[in-house]
Design a binder for this molecule. Structure first.
Ligand SMILES: Cc1ncc(COP(=O)(O)O)c(C=O)c1O
Length: 385
């Protein structure tokens, strides 16, 4: 989105650099917009089947096969973005008292939604500085009430891309304890330094217990179009269908047509090229921003491996994170996300590895990020010791 337009859109003061939400500043690629317009002109403006249009389900199944696991299109449910997909899993699978193992830090909704259904979140710490996993920490949190492990790979907000051996360790624990795994792979296209995304569902015994969230909104820069999908094990498809039949949140039919174009294009030279350009641009942003922010006295910021969020630790300044963020916006006009919300701080307080973190989303160009870093540095210098 154009930076000038974003002030009005997000109701923020002109001049503020907006790095709070994960809404990429790239336009939706032209071939996808054209497909939506064409679909409207051709009359794809009526109800779609509740599970999604066949062209899109086929396109997603084909796309996902590149991760080495073959799904039937009828295991796919089209959703109006990632949030409804997570909601559909939670309301279908969780009972009061169930325990949900969530890596800490990871995406905020994994922590906030299960308690609304009477389930209990058990944060499993990721280890600084790179926020990878010690499987013993996962084992230590398993109990008879454990139901589900939630994995974000690549991880929002830490950018961790889990290695095959980490995923194998998670898979072994899930199988040994008969747990289901939610694998949120919204950022699977955005990994750097030749690190490859591995799908946990491709490991032995996992496709039948893994619920996969496949990107859409972030992957193709159409966050406002509301389109993503859920791949379900055959055994659970009917349960989710039954429990969510009346929710009725599905993307518009012409948006689904455009979604089919987006996923199908991923097997063409053109579609791959567009994705590569975006990936390379995120790579430039992270290489610049994480290093620049890490050089500021009092801030620690690792260079992340995937997704597009920086995750600096600002605890040394002694301000509550919410005050740090409010004052940074007021004094210097930089608006960043609260990194503690993407973690177990509300459950285990200061012991959470998310404690003291902010989350700037690298959704602006490098020159804007450079200005943001200059302002953040000036702000921290002026914090009274
Ligand atoms: C990992 C992850 N999953 C799901 C979502 C929700 O996505 P949506 O905006 O499509 O509802 C987000 C959004 O930031 C996310 O980062």
């Amino acid at each position: 989105m154009l930076i000038e337009r974003s002030y009005k859109h997000y109701s923020i003061k002109p001049g503020t650099i907006y790095l709070r939400g994960g809404d990429p500043n790239f336009a939706t690629p032209a071939h996808i917009r054209d497909a939506a317009i064409k679909a409207i002109i051709e009359g794809y403006t009526h109800y779609a089947p509740s599970e999604g249009i066949p062209e899109l389900r086929d396109a997603i199944a084909n796309y996902y096969s590149k991760y080495g696991v073959k799904y039937d299109p009828d295991q796919i449910m089209v959703t109006a973005g990632g949030s409804p997909a997570l909601h559909m899993i939670n309301v279908s699978m969780l009972e009061p008292g169930d325990e949900v193992l969530v890596f800490d830090p990871s995406f905020s909704r994994y922590f906030s939604e299960p308690p609304t259904l009477g389930a209990v979140v058990k944060p499993v710490p990721l280890l600084k500085p790179g926020f990878h996993l010690d499987p013993e920490d996962l084992k230590a949190n398993i109990s008879e009430k454990s139901k589900m492990i939630v994995l974000c790979n690549p991880n929002n907000p830490t950018g961790t891309v889990y290695s095959k051996s980490e995923l194998k360790a998670i898979a072994d624990i899930a199988i040994d304890n008969d747990l289901i795994v939610v694998s949120d792979e919204f950022y699977s296209e955005f990994t750097y330094d030749d690190i490859k995304h591995v799908a946990i569902s491709s490991l032995d015994g996992m496709s039948e217990r893994t619920f996969v969230l496949v990107g859409g909104t972030k992957m193709f820069n159409f966050t406002g179009w509301r389109l993503a999908s859920l791949i379900l094990p055959k055994e659970y498809y009917k349960i989710v269908e039954k429990k969510t039949r009346f929710i009725g949140v599905r993307p518009a039919t012409f948006v689904q047509r455009a979604g089919a174009e987006a996923f199908n294009a991923m097997s063409t030279k053109y579609g791959k090229e567009v994705m590569k350009e975006h990936r390379e641009e995120y790579d430039r942003r992270r290489s610049f921003f994480c290093k620049r922010i890490d050089e500021i006295d009092g801030i620690n910021c690792h260079t992340f491996e995937g997704a597009f969020y920086a995750y600096p630790d600002v605890s040394s300044f002694g301000l509550p994170v919410s005050s740090f963020i409010d004052e940074l916006e007021r004094e210097e006009g930089v608006l960043v996300g609260n990194g503690e919300g993407h973690g177990g701080v509300s459950v285990i307080g200061e012991k959470s590895p998310a404690y003291g973190h902010i989350r700037p989303a690298l959704v602006q160009d490098v020159d804007v990020l450079e200005e943001a870093a200059t302002r953040i540095e000036r702000f921290t210098r002026n914090i009274p010791k």
